[in-house]
Write a protein that binds this ligand. Structure first.
Ligand code: IVH
Length: 695
C-alpha cells in the first residue's frame, strides 16, 4: 500500500487520485458481488476478492484519517448482494450480518485483545469462546412458528432476502416440523452447503451433457441449487444444513450461551456441526485453528476457516456491532484451496502406453503453500466439455495431497486472442500418426519407436515394483536414450561399466554401483518380470495373477487370449492387450534377449502367496518417500496383497507414513490406526523380498 498520508491539506490532485481509485475499486467489487451473490458465477477466487476488499478498506481508512467521509453504500459497509427480483422478498429482523476476516495469528491476537478491551476485561483473560468451522455455503434464515417451517429466506443484502421457502422444503436436512419443547416463533439461522461428494457428482453430471453449467466450487453450486424457481431442482441437488445463529423469537428462553443454543437446536432436530467446541482463551483458539487446518481436507464439506464467537450472549450484547459485522465474532481464514489463474499454453505429454495427455501450462500460482504451474487436462473430450481455450482464465482447486484440478474456465474473462485447442494428428515426440481408441484416449502409434514411450517404458522397467534397479532413474535413462545407448530393456544388461561411466551424470563410483544393481536385478520373480514389461492394463496385481496361473514365461508366451480371459480380474480389454503385446515380434525379441542375457526367472509354484503383514489389509499411504513415488509404493503394496485406499477411516489397518506426513497421520493417530514409518516399511519390504527369493 502507498503509505503517503493524504489529508485535506494534501494537494487536491492527490486527493482526487485517491478518490478516483477508491471509486473504481468499489465498482469492481460491486461487479464481483453481483457475479457471486446474484449470478452464482464468480469471476475471481475468494482470496482475490478478499484482497480487493482489504485494499478498499485500507484506502477508505486513509481517506477517513484525512478527514474524508465514506458513503454508507460502499461495499465495505454492506452485506452480500441484492435479492434477485425473481423471488419475493422477506425482511430480516434483526438484520443478517456478515463476519470480519483475519488471515494470520497476529491479526487474530489483535482481534482478541481489542475484544477484551471492549468488554472491559484484563488483557490476560481467558475468554470463553465458541469455535467452529466456517462453512462455505450460503446463509439462510428459517422461520418456525409453533414448530412448523413457515418461511425460509437467503441473506440477500442483510436487510432483505429472497423467499426460498418452497426450495428449502426440499432439503432433507432441514425439518419441516420441529420436535421437543417448542417456542411460538423462532428464526433459526445457519448455512446451506453442498458436500464435496454432491458437488463432484453434480459437475460430473453437467459435464456429460454439452453446455451443462459447471460450478466453480461447492459454495456456488449450493447457491445456484437453492436459488432456483423450480424446487424439483433443489431436491435433486442434495443440499445440507448446519445452524449457527438466531434471529427473532417469541416464547423462547434464550440459553446463556451459544454452545447451549446449539444443543437446544439439536433437541428440536435441527442439525449443527459436531466440530463446534466451547474453548477458553487465546491459546486454545490458536490450537483449534491449527488442528482443524490439519483435518480440513478430510472433511466431507468445504470449509474456509474457523469462526470464533464470544460464547456468552450477555457478553455478545456488550460487544455490539459495526455496520456489517458483529464485534463479538471473527472468521479466521485458511489459505485458499481455490485460485484463479491463466492457461498460457497446452502441451502434450506422451506416456508409457503412448497416450497423449494435454497438460495446461499455467501462470504459476500458489495454492495452500504450493506453487502450481501445470495441471493435467486429461483428454480432448474433457477440454471440449469444459470449454477451455488456450489463454483462458480458469479456476484451479487443490484439495489436500490431491493433484491440482482445473474446475472450469471463466469464459467471461476470455482474452480476444484466446485460441481453441486441437489434439495433434501426429505424436509431438516421434511424429508418428495418432490413433484414437474406443475411449477418449488418443495414442501415438509409434510404440517403442517413439522415444517418449521408450523412455517411459524403460523407467517403468527399472522401477521399484518392477526389476528394482537401484540407481537407474529417470534422468540417467533420459540421457542414455538420447545418446542412443538404450533402445530397449535388454540393452540395460548389454551396456558395460565403460558405457555407463561415459554418461554425463555418472562417475566411476555410481557407475560401479549401477552395474552391481543391474547384476542383482537379473534374479527376478515372474510376477515382477511380467509387470516390468509394461503391458497396458497389466499392473502388479494382474501380473501376479498371470504368473500364478501359468507359472512360467514359456507357458505365458504360448497362452491364448481365452486363457488370459479366464483369469480373475482380467477382462476382455486386458486379455487383448496381453495377447497382442506377446505376439508382437519386436516384443518377443526383447523378451528372448532378456532371457539370453541372463535374466533368471524363478518359476512360480501355482498359488504361492508371499507372507506379508500387508496381505488382505486396508492400507493408506501418506507423505513422501526417498525411494519411490506414492503410486509406485501403492503398486508394491498391492503385490503384497494390500488393499490401498486414499483416505483414513476407522477400517484402515495401516497408515504407511513417509516424510512430511500431514493430516492423514494426525487422523490415523486419532483413530488408533497402526502407523508404519519409512524404516519399518523398509524392513517389511526386505523381509518379503527375501521370502519371495527363497520361495
Ligand atoms: S455466524 C452475525 N458461523 O459466513 C454472525 N457464519 O462471512 C453471523 N458462515 O454470512 C454468522 N460458517 O454465511 C457464522 N460457523 C459460522 C459460519 C458462518 C459460515 C458464513 C455466513 C456468514 C458469512 C460471513
Amino acid at each position: 500500500m502507498d503509505t503517503k498520508q493524504i489529508s485535506l491539506f494534501s494537494p487536491a490532485s492527490d486527493r482526487e487520485d485517491l478518490e478516483a481509485e477508491v471509486q473504481s475499486l468499489r465498482r469492481e467489487i460491486e461487479k464481483h458481488n453481483q457475479a457471486y451473490y446474484e449470478l452464482d458465477n464468480p469471476l475471481i477466487s475468494d482470496s482475490e476478492y478478499d484482497a480487493l476488499m482489504r485494499k478498499l478498506k485500507d484506502l477508505e481508512t486513509e481517506i477517513a484519517s484525512g478527514g474524508g467521509s465514506i458513503p454508507n453504500n460502499s461495499p465495505s459497509r454492506k452485506v452480500g448482494g441484492r435479492a434477485a427480483k425473481k423471488f419475493a422478498q422477506i425482511a430480516h429482523n434483526p438484520p443478517m450480518l456478515s463476519l470480519d476476516n483475519v488471515f494470520s495469528e497476529e491479526e487474530f491476537r489483535d482481534f482478541y485483545q481489542k475484544l477484551l478491551v471492549r468488554l472491559g476485561l484484563p488483557a490476560n483473560t481467558e475468554l470463553t469462546l465458541s469455535a467452529e468451522p466456517k462453512f462455505d455455503g450460503l446463509a439462510v434464515n428459517l422461520r418456525y412458528e409453533y414448530g412448523k417451517l413457515t418461511a425460509a429466506a437467503t441473506r440477500g443484502d442483510g436487510q432483505n432476502g429472497e423467499d426460498v421457502t418452497a426450495n428449502v422444503r426440499e432439503i432433507s436436512d432441514i425439518p419441516k416440523q420441529l420436535t421437543g419443547n417448542l417456542p411460538d416463533l423462532i428464526d433459526i439461522r445457519g448455512e446451506i452447503f453442498m458436500t464435496k461428494k454432491a458437488f463432484a457428482e453434480l459437475n460430473a453430471k453437467s459435464q456429460e451433457k454439452s453446455g451443462g453449467k459447471l460450478f466453480a466450487n461447492p459454495r456456488n453450486a449450493a447457491a445456484g441449487s437453492l436459488r432456483q424457481l423450480n424446487p424439483e431442482i433443489t431436491r435433486e441437488r442434495n443440499l445440507s444444513f448446519f445452524a449457527y445463529g438466531i434471529g427473532s423469537y417469541q416464547n423462547f428462553t434464550l440459553p446463556q450461551n451459544y454452545s447451549e443454543l446449539l444443543r437446544t437446536y439439536r433437541s428440536f432436530n435441527i442439525p449443527s456441526c459436531d466440530l463446534q467446541q466451547q474453548i477458553n482463551g487465546l491459546d486454545a483458539a490458536i490450537e483449534f485453528m491449527t488442528n482443524l487446518g490439519k483435518i480440513r481436507n478430510e472433511l466431507p464439506f468445504d470449509i474456509d476457516g474457523v469462526v470464533f464467537k464470544v460464547d456468552e450472549f450477555a457478553l455478545q450484547k456488550q460487544a455490539g456491532f459495526i455496520s456489517r459485522a458483529p464485534r463479538w465474532a471473527i472468521a479466521w481464514k485458511f489459505p485458499a484451496i481455490e485460485v484463479s489463474t491463466q492457461i498460457l499454453d497446452i502441451d502434450i505429454q506422451v506416456g508409457r502406453t503412448g497416450a497423449l495427455t494435454p497438460v495446461a501450462r499455467l501462470e504459476p500460482v500458489e495454492i495452500a503453500g504450493v506453487t502450481v504451474s501445470n495441471a493435467t487436462l486429461h483428454n480432448a473430450l474433457e477440454i471440449a466439455r469444459k470449454d477451455i481455450y488456450i489463454g483462458d482464465f480458469v479456476f484451479l482447486r487443490r484439495a489436500g495431497d490431491v493433484i491440482p484440478e482445473i474446475v472450469k474456465a471463466i469464459p467471461e474473462k476470455r482474452p480476444a486472442d484466446a485460441r481453441k485447442f486441437q489434439m495433434p494428428a501426429h505424436c509431438p515426440v516421434c511424429n508418428s500418426a495418432v490413433i484414437q481408441d474406443e475411449s477418449a484416449v488418443i495414442r501415438c502409434s509409434g510404440g517403442l519407436h517413439c522415444p517418449a514411450q521408450k523412455t517411459a517404458a524403460l523407467i517403468h522397467f527399472a522401477s521399484r515394483a518392477a526389476l528394482d534397479i537401484q540407481g537407474l532413474g529417470e534422468k540417467i535413462i533420459d540421457d542414455a536414450v538420447e545418446l542412443g545407448k538404450l533402445r530397449n530393456p535388454a540393452d540395460i544388461f548389454r551396456l558395460t561399466l565403460e558405457d555407463w561411466k561415459n554418461l554425463p551424470r555418472l562417475g566411476q563410483k555410481s557407475a560401479e554401483n549401477l552395474v552391481a544393481a543391474i547384476k542383482k536385478a537379473r534374479f527376478c520373480t515372474l510376477p515382477r518380470f511380467i509387470y516390468a514389461l509394461g503391458i497396458r492394463e497389466i499392473g502388479a496385481v494382474n501380473a501376479r495373477a498371470i504368473a500364478e496361473k501359468f507359472s512360467s514365461i514359456e507357458k505365458i508366451l504360448s497362452a491364448t487370449e481365452e486363457e488370459f480371459l479366464a483369469i480373475d480380474g482380467i477382462g476382455e480389454e486386458s486379455a487383448k492387450y496381453l495377447k497382442s503385446f506377446l505376439s508382437d515380434q519386436e516384443n518377443l525379441a526383447v523378451i528372448q534377449d532378456l532371457l539370453q542375457l541372463g535374466i533368471v526367472l524363478e518359476e512360480m509354484p501355482a498359488k504361492k502367496t508371499v507372507n506379508s503383514i500387508f496381505s488382505d489389509k486396508k492400507v493408506v499411504i501418506t507423505g513422501s518417500f526417498a525411494e519411490f513415488s506414492r503410486e509406485e509404493l501403492g503398486e508394491i503394496l498391492r503385490t503384497l496383497g494390500a488393499k490401498v485406499s486414499a483416505s483414513v477411516s476407522k477400517n484402515t489397518d495401516f497408515l504407511v507414513a513417509g516424510e512430511k506426513a500431514g493430516s492423514k497421520l494426525d487422523k490415523a493417530r486419532g483413530l488408533g490406526v497402526q502407523i508404519i514409518d519409512a524404516e519399518k516399511l523398509q524392513s517389511e519390504l526386505a523381509k518379503t523380498r527375501q521370502e519371495e527369493e527363497n520361495a
